[in-house]
Design a protein around this ligand. Structure first.
Ligand code: NCD
Length: 437
């Protein structure tokens, strides 16, 4: 089967390609990028006015399997990924059991291959059960395919243990991904500590709690030579700490999440617990700093921290509802609306933050669009206006504060190894199973 994508603007940030041309897909791979005539293909996809880009890469998702499949499964999570234009994801290990043994990791990777649709990579935990007391067998887990080590959702507080984890990570040349929260300072609270938390009677989560750990982990990376990746940076001073560390040559990378470059803590007044996320939505100054960090390269990648929870769980009171929001299906809309259409990033820069840059952070063999490689492709309409309707999400969960928001920019088609796994074009037959559950 030969598929030809015609008339689109083809962008591959890794090679600097950004021009109107055609992409020929044959046997699951990109056969040619150039002006191949339509007559050479069995199927033609017209991408007039659209961007044809490498399949997007999200290095921070929670697919909840094993253990929390009422929130999401690897299958429903990858449907959501496909709908967002993502063709590769890195799963977080805070499942039940946690991804802390080779057996559980192998099971997750196998389920990914079996019902994943997208390319599924996995992290593994730094400590058993994400409990912060006993190091996992990082060598074996790395050999079995773990692309990064993290206790995401929690921070490893014991400095002896953490030093040993960084030392081993340096030896393995694998990044430590750090969820930054000093649990001695941050032990309560649902929202950023400030006017909104006070108004809602919440004790608040101080920005300092995140910044202390960013500073600490930068020093661990500097001391051991390990690669450090700072997850979901949410504060202005956090961005600045990473900027300074990069300037003096520390091997640190970082990600920004769409909700952190779009919403302030005041969103909780509108969306209640749907705006409860960890780290929390912060102030307008912080939101601006995250966007600027992405602009100047301090933050390498955009990652969604897709964190599904049921609406039942989210209907608990503010202090008891879980932290987190889904993000895969709104990421492109938010990135284009907030960063590209405002002139902060060019489309090519934004695509880099969603493809080649996150792939480089984790050393993944994805995020490129070039002849000879797998045809993992997203087609994006940068001008498409749409209103976020959580009812239409393919994720099993609908916990988003973005419902009803008007966005400009949307994924219209997603392909993995040449197979269309999402198609939102007019009159298209959607290829996903009718029962997304
Ligand atoms: C994450 C989750 O739900 O797993 N929630 C979140 O708010 N980001 C865990 C976490 O990172 O705290």
């Amino acid at each position: 089967m030969k598929t030809l994508i015609v008339n689109g603007t083809v962008i591959d940030p890794a090679s600097g390609l950004n021009r109107r041309t055609n992409v020929l897909v044959e046997d699951g791979r990109v056969a040619q990028i150039g002006n191949t005539p339509s007559s050479a293909a069995d199927r033609v996809i017209d991408a007039e006015g659209l961007l044809v880009v490498p399949g997007l890469v999200d290095i921070h998702v929670h697919f909840r399997e094993p253990g929390f499949t009422h929130k999401e499964t690897i299958h429903t999570g990858s449907l959501a990924a496909a709908a967002g234009g993502f063709t590769a994801v890195v799963c977080m290990p805070n499942t039940r059991p946690a991804i802390d043994t080779v057996e559980t990791l192998a099971q997750v990777l196998e389920t990914g291959r079996r019902d994943g649709l997208v390319k599924l990579f996995s992290s593994a935990a730094i400590t058993y059960g994400i409990e912060g007391s006993r190091l996992t067998d990082m060598e074996s887990l790395h050999q079995a395919g773990a692309v990064t080590f993290t206790d995401d959702g929690k921070t490893v507080m014991d400095p002896h243990l953490l030093y040993e984890a960084f030392r081993r990570a340096a030896e393995l040349d694998v990044p430590i991904s750090s969820h930054c929260e000093d649990h001695r300072l941050v032990d309560r609270g649902a929202l950023n500590r400030g006017a909104t938390s006070r108004r809602l009677g919440d004790p608040g989560i101080p920005a300092l709690g995140e910044e202390l750990i960013i500073a600490r982990d930068i020093l661990f990376a500097e001391e051991t030579g390990a690669r450090l990746h700072i997850q979901h940076v949410s504060t202005a001073r956090g961005v600045q700490l990473i900027r300074e560390a990069k300037a003096r040559g520390v091997r640190v990378t970082a990600e920004g999440a769409p909700h952190h470059f779009t919403l302030t803590d005041e969103q909780a007044l509108i969306s209640g617990t749907l705006a409860k996320v960890n780290p929390p939505l912060r102030t307008a100054r912080d939101v601006e700093a995250v966007a600027q960090g992405l602009r100047d390269g301090t933050l390498d990648a955009i990652a969604t921290d897709h964190a599904p929870h049921t609406l039942e769980e989210k209907s608990l009171p503010l202090d008891r509802a879980p932290f987190g929001m889904v993000g895969l299906e709104t990421a492109v809309g938010l990135t284009f609306t907030r960063l590209v259409h405002t002139g902060l990033l060019t489309a090519e820069q934004a695509i880099a933050k969603l493809t080649s840059a996150p792939a480089a952070v984790m050393g993944l063999p994805v995020g490129r669009l070039a002849a000879g490689l797998d045809a993992d492709i997203a087609i994006i309409d940068p001008q498409k206006e749409w209103v976020v309707d959580p009812q239409t999400f393919l994720s099993r969960s609908r916990n988003t504060p973005f419902g009803g928001m008007r966005l400009t920019g949307k994924t219209v088609l997603t392909m993995v190894r040449g197979d269309i796994i999402y198609d939102d074009r007019e009159g298209a037959d959607n290829p996903w199973p009718a029962d997304a559950d």
